[in-house]
Design a protein around this ligand. Sequence first.
Ligand code: FMN
Length: 333
Amino acid sequence: MTDLTTTYLGLQLRSPLVASCGPLTGEIDSLQRLEEAGIGAVCLPSLYEEEIIAASLEVDRVLDAGAESFPEALNYFPDLADYDVGPDGHLRLVEDAKAKLSVPVIASVNASSPGGWTGYAGQLEDAGADAIELNIYRVAADPARTGAEVEQDCIDIVTEVRATLRVPLAVKIGPFFSSMAHMAHRVVGAGADGLVLFNRFYQPDLNLETLGVEPRVELSDSRDLRLPLRWIAILHGQVRASLAATSGVHTSADVAKVLLVGADVAMMTAALLRNGPGHVTALERELVAWMTEREYESVDQLRGSASQRGAENPSAFERSQYMKALTTYATQR
Ligand SMILES: Cc1cc2nc3c(=O)[nH]c(=O)nc-3n(C[C@H](O)[C@H](O)[C@H](O)COP(=O)(O)O)c2cc1C
């Protein structure tokens, strides 16, 4: 029997296959189908900083309007908890998922700046989340702000969210830091129990008819895995944190690769959207067959054996392969 169990953020998972935030983890029905198919854990869609801020602005506006026109109005405003403002739906989904699933449920908060709103992570925890994933997604467009300042903002968000939580915290970041390894260490130093590598940046497009900017969500394919693959290989054993691979996990070969370089879990959104929850069962079957053929008995045994520390040529994930790749291009075709 191949042992697929893995530990992620201190949580014991039956399998390293995890459903990352996305439409399929936003509905109880598809969450249950993912569990039936053998998923190891699920990460619910993010509660966005903007949703929290918009909701509290709306509540302030309503309260202010009422108070200005007739001060006694405040007396008969219903309890704010009764409003179906942004965060409530997320809190209910966490409660529902915890009631109906037995696999760990990770709730996500998506942030771009520090601020009082970070307390909402604690509410997701109170709703029953087994862990919180903090997605820091920002476009550093202000030319007046230095890289160090932008990085410090990220660290401040992690520190603020960490301070509100008792459950483990994973932090999902993008790859665009000048010194990725240093930043990874700082995020862990600020209290992250795990790193989710990497955020997929969606680039807006321009509509030539309307001249309007249009959001474009293009689903990943396996080629997108190379970036997380490299960085997980480099960071495995370097940071004292769980490592999750996201962006480009589609096939059982992709799963094997990220485990070999040191990931604790392989996360998927696009593959599950394209193939449905049943894809998890197929991936698990193929992974077990691959491991059996190569006499790996467990995910523990597999994990990290091809990371930078485990590799025969430790520099393979750094610069040396760059020159080789470019100079041998003609012979690869
Ligand atoms: C339609 C859609 C919705 C998503 N929603 C979220 C979200 O709410 N929070 C988040 O952190 N990531 C979100 N993501 C990003 C995914 O969790 C994942 O990191 C990304 O799609 C890369 O993984 P993949 O290659 O397996 O798709 C979303 C992705 C898609 C395609």
